[in-house]
Design a protein around this ligand. Structure first.
Ligand code: CS2
Ligand code: MN
Length: 360
């Protein structure tokens, strides 16, 4: 077994990138996708999953996993609907297992998935990137967050930022008002314990996505943001199917997080890897996404890939958000060109690490 290079694909209806283009990169063999019309709490039917799988396979690619099966706010807050939503989640996992899909990425972030203050900050070479500025966040009314970025989405809808969901953002803040870190941990434990039996039965690896950025925003609790918290999450449900998506660009927003040490600590529990690099402009108060190349950003990409290799990582890996280059118009972070460059670079690093290790 070795890692599988993948790309996220938003489906024919939403993505500007085609499966054929992805296949022609030559580096990418797997696809990470989801059923984008599903709301949290809805069951994914087997035939719908099989149709997605067939579409990907007909294009000569492999459906390597799902990002994401989203977790409802009732589950995250422990609300009255939680058991009903968990039952639906279990049914979905069972159907995914029947379709021979064994990786599910999800997150446990309250209200907002990832948070950025700009979706198209211009760099000196004319490319654009997504960026985060803490001063902007500190001044912002969180309920207006969506309005401030919606005009930059290039006509696309980004997961976690669906207009229907953002329309009830006030209500969402209300739901989370009594939820602190400990409660969120308890609710995550309750959820994981309920789903582990179906994961064991179908060998499904659950891979929680770290909070992005890796600290509390707008006073909402964030629990997947440091090595200690990751350890708490692993230890509270000590089943190898309870694992992590190692998203280095999210987890690495906090410069106190040691990426390589965390990969080593998570040995055997990283089921999926999102690899990207960041530039910091004002300590952690302002950062922007960069090219994957180590020297374009802050992180030791070779070091992280090597730690993954040495800890026996053999799951899907994908370049994460890319820059927008060569005039491409696509969903911010999810154009073809820069992610293809990222995939090629990561494959190159991996080949070199693998061959060096075999010489030992
Ligand atoms: C992704 C997340 O685009 C991104 O930043 O890494 O949206 C991720 O898909 C979710 O948090 C996982 O549920
Ligand atoms: Mn990610």
């Amino acid at each position: 077994m070795t890692m599988e290079m993948t790309m996220r694909w938003y489906g024919k209806e939403y993505d500007t990138v085609t499966l054929e283009q992805i296949r022609q990169t030559g580096y990418v063999k797997g696809i990470i996708s989801t059923l984008y019309n599903k709301l949290p709490g809805e069951v994914w039917e087997l035939d719908e999953i099989l149709a997605l799988k067939k579409e990907v396979e007909d294009a000569g690619l492999h459906l390597a996993g799902i990002e994401s099966v989203n977790v409802s706010d009732a589950i995250k807050t422990g609300g009255p609907e939680r058991d009903k939503d968990i039952a639906a989640y279990i049914k979905t996992l069972e159907n995914l297992g029947k379709a021979d899909i064994h990786l599910v990425c999800y997150n446990f972030m309250p209200v907002f998935d990832w948070t950025r203050t700009e979706l198209d900050r211009k760099r000196e070479d004319g490319s654009t990137v997504m960026a985060y500025n803490q001063d902007v966040i500190d001044r912002m009314d969180p309920k207006k967050m969506f309005d401030t970025i919606k005009n930059d989405m290039n006509g696309t809808v980004m997961p976690g930022w669906e207009p229907e969901r953002m329309a009830k953002v006030q209500e969402l803040f209300e739901m989370y008002k009594d939820i602190d870190e400990d409660k969120l941990f308890d609710n995550l434990k309750y959820f994981l314990e309920a789903i582990m039996p179906v994961c064991d039965q179908y060998n499904i690896n659950m891979a929680i996505h770290p909070d992005d950025p890796a600290w509390s925003v707008f006073g909402l609790p964030r629990i997947i943001s440091s090595q200690a918290k990751l350890k708490r999450m692993m230890d509270m449900v000590p089943n190898p199917h309870n694992g992590v998506t190692f998203c280095m660009g999210s987890y690495g927003t906090n410069l106190n997080n040691d990426l390589i040490a965390t990969v080593r600590m998570l040995k055997g529990r990283i089921h999926f890897a999102h690899i990207r690099n960041l530039r910091f402009n004002d300590g952690m108060r302002d950062f922007e996404e960069s090219a994957h190349l180590s020297e374009d950003g802050t992180f030791d990409m070779h070091g992280v890939m090597k730690a993954l290799y040495e800890t026996g990582f053999d799951g899907p890996i994908r370049p994460d958000h890319g820059r927008m280059i060569w005039g491409e118009k696509a969903m911010p972070g999810y154009g073809l060109y820069d992610r293809a460059l990222g995939a090629a670079y990561l494959c190159g690093l991996w080949e070199s690490i693998r061959k060096d290790a075999r010489k030992l």
